[in-house]
Design a protein around this ligand. Structure first.
Ligand code: FAD
Length: 300
């Protein structure tokens, strides 16, 4: 399949990388190669790539910052797309007593938050310190106890499975804890409707949230953030901790000493080490509490 993908795409004039190691593009620093890796820069280019994949039945997926992904060491036998060009643009507009921030799906969350703060727009501070893109965050409905990306969303522009582009208002979508109805689409861009606030107030909130994150999370080592979703009324890290699993190591993967719901790559972790650790945690927590923890990270 890999050679067929390379052959088809080599003849189409796309700027691309062949056999690109995906470990370079994930925060876990884990993941084997993809035969074809492309950074589309326009809607048309993205539409053409997706339609070529569909015409040839080639698997494909959009990779944001790879901060919620565990990719197999064997790699992904398909086309990986990382949005650039028009997809990393932002725009701010004043609308009465509100600020509208438009952001392409490839805009990173730190850049989105900075754009908001620079334009006195409050409402995205809750995302401070999360290393994703607008597209990935909308698919995951990324957030914290202070709020999530969907809170101030007003509309999104998406590529539909049939190749058409449409705008969807927030009331046409559903969002819940780490879930959104956008998963069937490719997110192209989003608009957020935010409240005016003094820049110092916004920056203070961002700083406080980032400091808290640095105190409680292992940010200097590769990971994909929280591995499991919190079950209703419970904290996954507490359930894992109660099983005495903090610090447990399999191969190069370890349950963080700092945050028991983080698995860290201590340097040479294989995807199989992380998967084994995930299964061990699920088994022990199930035995101890009857609760089956559901992964928050996407495993490919
Ligand atoms: C240190 C650390 C801390 C974290 N803290 C948090 C936290 O506090 N809260 C939280 O919710 N998450 C957290 N995360 C997880 C992660 O950062 C978020 O889920 C993030 O929003 C994922 O965005 P991404 O661009 O990296 O997506 P990726 O990991 O690249 O992709 C995630 C999914 O989204 C899909 N996707 C990406 N872009 C698009 C698009 N444009 N259209 C359609 N599908 C798309 C991918 O195909 C994949 O299925 C943390 C991660 C790390 C490493």
């Amino acid at each position: 399949m890999g050679n067929a993908i390379k052959e088809v795409f080599s003849g189409q004039g796309f700027e691309m990388k062949l056999d690109e190691p995906l470990a370079k593009h994930t925060t876990f620093k884990i993941g084997g190669p993809a035969p074809v890796y492309i950074e589309p820069k326009t809607h048309e280019e993205l539409q053409n790539i997706v339609s070529a994949c569909k015409a040839n039945s080639f698997p494909f997926f959009i990779m944001g910052l790879g901060s919620n992904l565990l990719i197999d060491d064997k790699g992904f036998e398909g086309v990986v797309l990382h949005l650039r060009g028009i997809f990393i643009q932002t725009q701010a507009l004043n609308q009465g007593n509100k600020v509208v921030i438009k952001a392409g799906a490839g805009v990173t969350l730190p850049l989105l938050i900075k754009k908001c703060a620079d334009n006195f727009a409050s409402g995205t501070e809750c995302l401070a310190g999360i290393p994703g893109t607008v597209g990935g965050a909308l698919i995951m409905n990324t957030g914290t106890k202070y709020g999530s990306i969907s809170d101030k969303l007003s509309s999104v522009t998406v590529l539909k499975p049939d190749g058409g582009i449409i705008d969807l208002r927030k009331n046409e979508l559903s969002f819940s804890y780490r879930h959104s109805s956008l998963a069937q689409y490719i997110v192209l861009s989003a608009e957020f409707l935010l409240d005016f606030a003094p820049n110092e107030t916004i920056v203070k909130k961002i700083t406080d949230y980032m400091l808290n994150r640095a105190e409680t999370q292992p940010l200097s080592v590769p990971s994909a953030g929280s591995v499991f979703k919190n079950p209703p009324e419970k904290k996954a890290w507490q359930l894992i901790d109660a099983c005495g699993l903090r610090g447990l190591k399999i191969g190069g993967a370890q349950i963080s000493e700092k945050h028991a719901n983080f698995i860290i790559n201590t340097g040479n972790a294989k995807s199989s080490d992380v998967k084994e650790l995930i299964e061990t945690i699920q088994k022990k927590v199930k035995e101890n509490t009857g609760i089956m923890l559901e992964p928050e990270i996407k495993i490919l």
